[in-house]
Design a protein around this ligand. Structure first.
Ligand code: PEP
Length: 256
């Protein structure tokens, strides 16, 4: 992290876990542990838990996000939820392009772009996920893959939106939920390349201000080392975000 240039952001991605009652209980456990955080703290929860999360986080420093949104405002899309619906509930953030959405639910670079655009158009802040599969890393095409995913997601995103409303999460797919963390150097190398791409697409000021997280088995034990890297501006946390002490330890590491 470079705290002179950027504020770190720690976001939990709860995936398909927790009922509304469990959401209230977990947030009530997290709240006092992160109350003095010197970083942004977000919990991204299943749609069904958003109301409970918004209620439980009232008056606290924890922001609430959804895990996905549709690109259309409304219509015949059974089972989907739109960006204006999320905004109307008071949700502030949304994740787009998570590798589980790309792998299991057919999300493509183009639909990730469209979801991101819809979210921005409705005043939401977006955590855009990018990252390579293991075979792609082994084939030596990590940078091409990540650059292309990022470039397509950001097409048409203004400089102001990029600075104020976009967080990019570099999440190597082979490190998500596997316990295999990228080394701090691997994480920083790709995060730096993403920042350089933002510089090419916008300018040096935007690159300096861009928040680029790392995600992939970040936990209480490895957070310090990952977050000490100059281009790692926080983390998107899956498994460890479901345990209040672990999530709080990562927030503490980002607050140093
Ligand atoms: C994620 O879901 O974005 C993630 C990084 O998961 P985990 O921390 O469990 O690898």
């Amino acid at each position: 992290m470079n705290k002179q240039l950027r504020k770190a952001v720690i976001a939990g991605n709860w995936k398909m876990n927790k009922t509304p009652a469990e959401t209230t209980a977990l947030i009530n456990e997290i709240k006092p542990l992160v109350a003095d955080a010197d970083c942004e703290v977000i919990v991204c929860v299943p749609y069904i838990d958003l109301a409970a999360a918004l209620e439980a986080t009232k008056g606290s420093n924890i922001k609430v996000g959804a895990e996905n949104c549709h690109w259309a405002a409304s219509g015949a899309f059974t089972g989907e939820v739109s960006a204006p619906m999320l905004a109307a509930c008071g949700v502030e953030y949304v994740i787009t392009g998570h590798s589980e959405r790309r792998t299991y639910f057919g999300d493509t670079d183009v639909t990730v772009h469209d979801r991101t655009r819809a979210a921005l158009d409705n005043g939401l802040k977006v955590i855009v996920c990018v990252g390579e599969y293991l075979e792609q890393r082994e084939q030596g095409v990590t940078m091409e893959v990540v650059r292309s995913q990022t470039k397509i997601a950001l097409a048409g995103v203004s400089k102001e939106e990029m600075i104020n409303s976009i967080i990019i999460a570099y999440e190597p797919v082979w490190a998500i939920g596997t316990g295999k963390t990228a080394t701090a150097e691997q994480a920083n190398e790709v995060n730096k390349a993403i920042r350089e791409l933002v510089g090419e697409l916008y300018d040096a000021e935007t690159a300096d201000k861009a928040v680029v997280q790392y995600g992939g088995s970040m936990n209480a034990a490895n957070a310090d080392e990952l977050l000490a890297q100059p281009d790692v501006d926080g983390g998107l946390i899956g498994g460890a975000s479901l345990k209040a002490p672990d999530f709080a330890a990562i927030v503490k590491a980002a607050s140093k």
